[in-house]
Design a binder for this molecule. Structure first.
Ligand code: SAM
Ligand code: SF4
Length: 333
């Protein structure tokens, strides 16, 4: 039977975007994501192989997925990642292959990733002061991240984006330095609101430093920001440019301005569980199908079932909101 797409859910959202977590492991311990210690990582045998990931992405591409982003955990702690990039870049229909990384290992791998066919990079950078970096990451390493950013620029990646999670009481002093840093290097910067996905389950609504608050701080310093028309209606960020033309700054506001109505994203965890939302409490087991000799059509049907069950929104602001059991590092951000 031919595989037919597109992947349209009950609310008319057409899914073209897949996030693939390649590992739950990480070389730092950001408090908004992982526990400080005693992390129980998945055994190797439970993690999808590169061949299994590639087969799943091939089926998704036949269903209309055109964009793939590798994430984790930290994708660069997975050995031989450029080999996976090469395999995915060769899949017909995948027009955009990107990765989100904390940047710590990027200086070593940027060139190989670019050569393997990775199109785009998002690099997480919450702070430019080592003290704040360590407070968040519970490890040192800011200098390595900065070296990784330089290496990515040298390797020829275009439109490198910096992602900064904003947390009240922690990252306020970082706002202007991050903006200056990105402007000087002509990199896009996006501030992300802190979501209730920390493994310690300590998130509180008042820790959310909203995109609007950050925008006000930036405007006070740089003057009015100019809204940039949306390139892609499903993009989570609202972008602005500086009046002097020195770049773009964006805001991803999942808590204060949910964008679920435009969401076109599907996810697969490192151990092959398919999810229709970061906040989903249900998963579809693709690994079992992949390992039990299922046909492409059976895998496609699992993906369609997952999309068909997608809720209208995450409901963080609703009194009956239920947090997923998994924390961010176990899902893939
Ligand atoms: N390790 C890589 C990294 O940090 O870039 C990729 C995985 S990480 C889970 C993906 C993105 O999610 C990062 O930009 C990270 O800052 C963000 N993130 C993690 N936990 C978050 C939370 N609770 N709220 C908002 N963003 C979060
Ligand atoms: Fe690691 Fe990324 Fe989670 Fe930080 S946000 S602990 S870098 S997976």
């Amino acid at each position: 039977m031919a595989i037919t797409g597109p992947l349209i859910d009950r609310f008319g959202r057409v899914h073209t975007n897949l996030r693939v977590s390649v590992t739950d492991r990480c070389n730092i311990r950001c408090f908004y994501c992982m526990p400080a210690a005693n992390v129980r990582f998945l055994p190797r045998s439970e993690i999808l192989s590169f061949e299994e990931i590639t087969r799943f992405v091939q089926v998704c591409a036949a269903l209309g997925i055109t964009k793939v982003r590798l994430t984790g955990g930290e994708p660069l702690v997975r050995a031989d990642l450029p080999r996976l990039v090469r395999m995915l870049a060769a899949i017909p229909g995948i027009q955009d292959l990107a990765m989100t990384t904390n940047g710590l290992l990027l200086a070593e791998h940027a060139e190989a990733l670019r050569e393997a066919g990775l199109h785009r990079l998002n690099i997480s950078l919450d702070a430019l002061h080592e003290e704040t970096f360590q407070r968040i990451a519970r490890r040192s390493g800011l200098d390595k991240v900065l070296q990784g950013i330089d290496a990515a620029c040298r390797a020829g990646f275009r439109r490198i984006r910096l992602n900064a999670v904003a947390i009240r009481g922690v990252t306020e002093p970082e706002i202007i330095p991050l903006a200056e840093f990105a402007r000087q290097r002509r990199l896009e910067l996006r501030f992300i609101e802190y979501m209730p996905l920390d493994a310690d389950r300590k998130w509180q609504p008042d820790q959310v430093l909203s995109g609007e608050e950050i925008r006000a701080v930036l405007e006070q310093h740089f003057g009015p920001l100019v809204p940039v028309p949306r390139e892609d209606p499903s993009q989570p960020a609202v972008d602005y440019s500086y009046r002097d033309g020195s770049g773009v700054v964006g805001f991803i506001n999942p808590v204060t301005q949910p964008f679920c109505h435009e969401c076109n994203r599907l996810r697969i965890t490192a151990e092959g569980q398919v999810r229709n939302c970061l906040f989903s409490t249900v998963e579809w087991d693709a690994r079992r199908l992949l390992r039990e000799g299922a046909s492409d059509e059976q895998i496609a049907q699992l993906v369609r079932d997952c999309i068909a069950a997608k809720m209208p929104g995450h409901g963080i602001d609703k009194p009956d909101f239920v947090r997923p059991v998994r924390a961010m590092f176990e899902i893939g951000g």
